[in-house]
Design a protein around this ligand. Structure first.
Ligand code: HEC
Length: 143
């Protein structure tokens, strides 16, 4: 190999590289790029949806439907026992009350009990069903 061929060999890859870089991307390459982008979008979408579905089913299994109502409206008094309200989870305090028929308990929630317990537990917009699930939650915690 003489000097001339060696330098030509050395130069060629550089020349090819420059030429390639300055040329617009071949159509095939840009199609491949679009495909990859689409694939990445689909994969991230799938991961997101799966993650949110998993999250929902987990919280659905763990959370009692009445918990949200309780925490929003009943918590204020029943958590700390304000105004002599029976405390959540206090079995003794709830034992006598929960011995009453369920209809009577629900009636007392809806009407309220003077002086401490406000009508509908302080949630006039709550449906009867919502109040019932809150009662279920209280009952569950008193078991
Ligand atoms: C402002 C305070 C307060 C809020 C808010 C409140 N309670 Fe009460 N609750 C009381 C008090 C005080 C009593 C005890 C009443 C009595 O025996 O005179 C009581 C009693 C009860 C009882 C027992 C009823 C009975 O027949 O002995 C239930 C059940 C009950 N509450 C459910 C709820 C639910 C469900 C909510 C929320 C939707 C709620 N309370 C919100 C203060 C409150």
């Amino acid at each position: 190999m003489n000097d001339a061929t060696a330098s030509r060999r050395r130069r060629r890859p550089r020349a090819v590289g420059r030429e390639f870089a300055s040329r617009p991307l071949p159509v095939v390459a840009s199609q491949a790029r679009t495909r990859i982008r689409r694939l990445v979008a689909i994969i991230s979408w799938t991961v997101l949806v799966t993650a949110s579905l998993l999250g929902c089913s987990q919280s659905g299994e763990q959370e009692h439907p009445g918990k949200a109502v309780y925490e929003r409206y009943c918590y204020a008094c029943h958590q700390a026992g304000i105004a002599d309200a029976p405390k959540l989870g206090d079995r003794e305090a709830w034992a006598a009350r929960l011995a009453k028929p369920r209809e009577e308990l629900l009636e007392n929630i809806k009407r309220g009990m003077t002086p401490g317990m406000p009508p509908r537990g302080g949630c006039p917009s709550c449906t009867d069903e919502a109040l019932e699930t809150a009662l279920d939650y209280i009952v569950l915690k008193a078991e």
